[in-house]
Design a protein around this ligand. Structure first.
Ligand code: G3H
Length: 258
């Protein structure tokens, strides 16, 4: 019940979910571009969604990085029950983020706050493709990768393509190619154009977009007017079981333009 009480934006949520053809949409009032507390409220909704929707038994929750996810992780509280045990893993490794917002750090924080278990993926963020292939043969890395592939839930954000490319220090050439291909959104290390088509992928390890197609529970968390294009583009081809957690500013703008 808390989810409904919390947002109280039934109509907007239904319209947005129907626009994207997804299972559910949760909207926090305000604009996360201007009000930090809106992102904390995303965290409260993520926690509530996990509490309500995760099945009993053993869950593997894959967590992506970014500033939104780092804030979300801070607001998760214990999710363990006598019947339910949660293991948190980073969803992907090596996409070039700073330490505090890497999927490894964010999933560790979420695990600690949720009183769950955590497995890190010990692969540096900046590494050549050749070195990656060698590391992939390491047993400790292989076993965490196997867990990631078994995840039944993923929590991730959606970013603006060129902003993400610059933040992750992608090369000039790559940035030029992203511009030529009209990339507007980024998620999971994939870049998308306005139609939601993949125009570039960062060849790194962990969950692929293909892996998430059949995942039972997917929470996508992103808001703010600045992310309207990115959210709209990514959500066009997002798996139907995705729940979008966003804010009023983004929701109104998306609905206005569609
Ligand atoms: O993949 C998307 C990005 O992680 C979003 O990053 O939350 O810092 O905007 P952000």
């Amino acid at each position: 019940v808390v989810l409904e009480q919390f947002t109280g934006m039934d109509q907007l949520e239904k319209q947005l979910a129907s626009l994207f053809g997804i299972d559910r949409c949760l909207i926090v009032s305000g604009n996360s571009d201007e009000q930090e507390k809106v992102i904390s409220e995303f965290g409260v909704l993520v926690e509530e969604a996990l509490r309500r929707e995760l099945p009993d038994g053993r869950n593997i929750i894959a967590v992506m990085g970014g500033t939104t996810m780092a804030e979300v992780a801070r607001h998760v509280s214990p999710l363990e029950t006598a019947k339910r045990h949660n293991l948190f893993v980073p969803a992907r490794g090596g996409i070039g983020e700073a330490v505090a917002i890497q999927a490894n750090s964010v999933s560790a924080l979420m695990a600690a706050n949720a009183h769950g278990e955590h497995r890190a993926l010990y692969v540096p963020e900046q590494l050549s493709e050749e070195a990656y292939h060698t590391l992939l043969k390491e047993p400790a890395i292989k076993s965490v990768l196997a867990m990631i592939k078994e995840a039944n839930c993923v929590v991730h954000s959606i970013g603006r393509a060129l902003h993400m490319a610059a933040r992750r220090k992608m090369s000039e050439d790559e940035i030029i190619r992203l511009k030529q291909k009209n990339a507007v959104a980024e998620s999971f290390g994939y870049f998308f154009d306005e139609n939601g088509a993949i125009v570039h992928k960062v060849p790194r390890i962990g969950l692929s977009l293909e892996d998430i197609q059949k995942m039972p529970m997917i929470l996508a968390v992103a808001g703010g007017r600045s992310k309207v294009k990115a959210i709209t583009a990514y959500m066009k081809n997002a798996p139907k079981q995705t729940w979008l957690i966003t804010d009023e500013a983004a929701a109104n703008e998306i609905l206005k333009g569609n």
